[in-house]
Design a protein around this ligand. Sequence first.
Ligand code: DC
Length: 230
Amino acid sequence: MNKKIIIAIDGYSSCGKSTMAKDLAKKLGYIYVDTGAMYRAVTLYCIKNGIIVNRQLDEEKLRAEINKISVGFVYNPVRNRNETVLNGVNIEDEIRGMKVSNWVSQVSAVAEVRKAMVEQQRLMGKDKGIVMDGRDIGTVVFPNAELKIFMTAMPEIRAQRRYDELSVKKEDIHFDEVLENIKSRDNYDMNRKESPLRKGDDAIELDNSFITPKEQLEWVLARVAEIVAE
Ligand code: DC
């Protein structure tokens, strides 16, 4: 496969976008970018720098500090994966917990945050050969992506997968809390003014409620093969 393309994977929270995107990038020898991690990193910055205090997000302070926030990825050979770096510090584990999950929708709804992240994402994709997952990749970041997938799965199934992940990490967590977080993030992400989550007309929908990661990878590889053969 010589022709390099851009693959945009969007969809609801915790429906396996990153599992599919990672598997796909590995198989194709492409770069994988988890844009949710970028918004999570900005959220962690807000928590650590007094931008989220007393259950309030200080949007003005966030806008004033957005240029001080640098988010990137670094390869960790021990875990054989890319990890998220915030202003030079590896924060991969910290950004996955519920504290960040509870605030990330609000932080990512701020126009200036989106502008800064989208700029970086476009730079990462300028040479193609990239799989990027998020909420607005096919609709905003790369409207000309050759392949756009919109993933869905039943909320209860998504919550169970997320709950299992968090339990392994020994996070003290209740299933209902995870389900509530997923539903409220979906709601927030779909109804925000800036780049709301929606399926683009040209995106292919994939509901993975009842298929395995292996089956979904085979399905998407078949779509890629059709495109690169064109
Ligand atoms: O993919 P994730 O659940 O880690 O993403 C965390 C949050 O970031 C999600 O609730 C919405 C936001 N997000 C976004 O607004 N745009 C993206 N491209 C990716 C994530």
